[in-house]
Design a protein around this ligand. Structure first.
Ligand code: GYE
Length: 371
């Protein structure tokens, strides 16, 4: 794993830093490679674009967009963590869900001479070229939230975020446990899927888990529509699913905002939402666990919600602090997440031998929810 570099720092300070790091680390290879990258990576004009203050760490943050409650909470967490007060210069770029724009944003960070790049990639693929350029410039990349598919994993230093496959497995295990508890014939399940941004890791992982569970438990996946992780598209997707597959009895939403849209569409169509499948109610499941969604769980509109924690700022900061101190960090760092339902009829789900408790949504939980 590569060490930190300090391109935005005064060159004199860099020398001091390297001397200090050498004293601490015995001038190991990692420190030497950091020194090499500092020497060649930027011309003088690039240096002028970042603060000259030796205490300032410049972070180029490549955000996905503003599509969901999750994303807004995530952006707030990043802004709160990397504040000016704490000595950060945060260059925040919002790609508005356009993968090409996001690649340009990352490329621009190289010209701007940032110290670190934090990337929350819209889609998994297409990153090899620009991340090679970033690596050649000696800038450490911390990937957060969504994952990447790369030829060469040395193109990033560390990743932190959720495990969408596990989230999907938990929600599917809940559906199966719910069926068993209520003696439902699972071969009657007709599932409509509202898909998140195609090619994004949460869309890929959550739906992979669904396909596996469907094969195992004999569920039918009636059809899928694109919801792009937004409420408006979620509503359109639900309308389309209802038209094409009126017998749907479960709606699998790749995130909460799509579920809000699905609820609107189902209510407008006069369809009942709930868990009484045998009497025509439609079961909705979703992901993220935003406060509004947990309220919908409490109200019986979302049957089960797999949490996905957006508060990644402090975790990313810890990684950057460690890199600044010349420490090696774990390459992959998952965050812990819950699963929520209206009550504790199903008290836990088991995945690969591990039990995950199902948390019932209470008023206290809703009051304490920070996103
Ligand atoms: O589930 C969704 C957001 O990447 C985990 O992106 C994130 C997802 C989250 O738009 O609400």
């Amino acid at each position: 794993m590569r060490n930190n570099r300090a391109s935005g720092w005064k060159k004199g300070a860099v020398t001091v830093l390297i001397a200090f790091a050498c004293a601490l680390a015995g001038c190991g290879d990692e420190v030497n490679s950091a020194a090499t990258s500092i020497a060649f990576s930027h011309d003088d004009s690039a240096f002028q674009t970042v603060s000259d203050d030796t205490r300032t760490v410049t972070i180029g943050f490549a955000q996905v967009g503003e599509e969901s409650d999750w994303r807004r909470a995530n952006s707030d967490s990043i802004r709160d963590t990397f504040s000016t007060d704490k000595g950060y210069n945060l260059l925040f770029e919002d790609a508005q869900n356009d993968p090409d724009t996001q690649i340009s944003d990352v490329s621009r960070f190289i010209q701007q001479g940032v110290d670190y790049i934090v990337l929350e990639p819209i889609v998994e693929t297409g990153w090899d070229k620009v991340l090679q350029e970033v690596k050649d410039a000696g800038i450490p990349v911390i990937v957060a939230d969504r994952q990447l598919t790369l030829e060469d994993d040395s193109l990033y230093t560390a990743w932190t975020g959720s495990n969408p496959d596990l989230e999907g497995k938990k929600v599917c295990a809940w559906i199966h446990a719910f069926a068993e508890k209520n003696h439902l014939d699972e071969s009657t399940f007709q599932i409509g899927v509202i898909q998140g941004t195609i090619g994004s890791s949460p869309q890929i992982g959550r739906e992979r888990a669904l396909r596996e569970a469907a094969a195992k438990y004999r569920w039918s996946i009636a059809g899928s529509e694109k919801g792009e992780f937004t409420q408006a598209k979620g509503r359109e997707a639900m309308d389309a699913l209802l038209k094409k597959y009126p017998d749907i009895n479960i709606v699998y939403c790749d995130n909460d905002n799509e579920a809000y849209g699905a609820i609107e569409a189902l209510q407008a169509a006069g369809r009942k939402i709930g868990t009484d499948i045998e009497h025509g109610e439609i079961v909705i499941v979703a992901f993220d666990g935003a406060e509004k969604a947990l309220k919908a769980v409490q109200d019986g509109l979302i049957a089960c919600d797999g949490e996905c924690n957006p508060l990644l700022g402090p975790k990313i900061e810890k990684i950057i602090e460690a890199l600044k101190d010349g420490k090696t960090v774990s390459k992959i760092q998952y965050v812990d997440e819950n699963i929520y339902a209206q009550n504790d009829d199903i008290s836990s789900v088991s995945i690969d031998g591990v039990d995950y408790p199902v948390t019932p949504v209470t008023d206290e939980l809703l009051e304490s929810r920070v996103y």
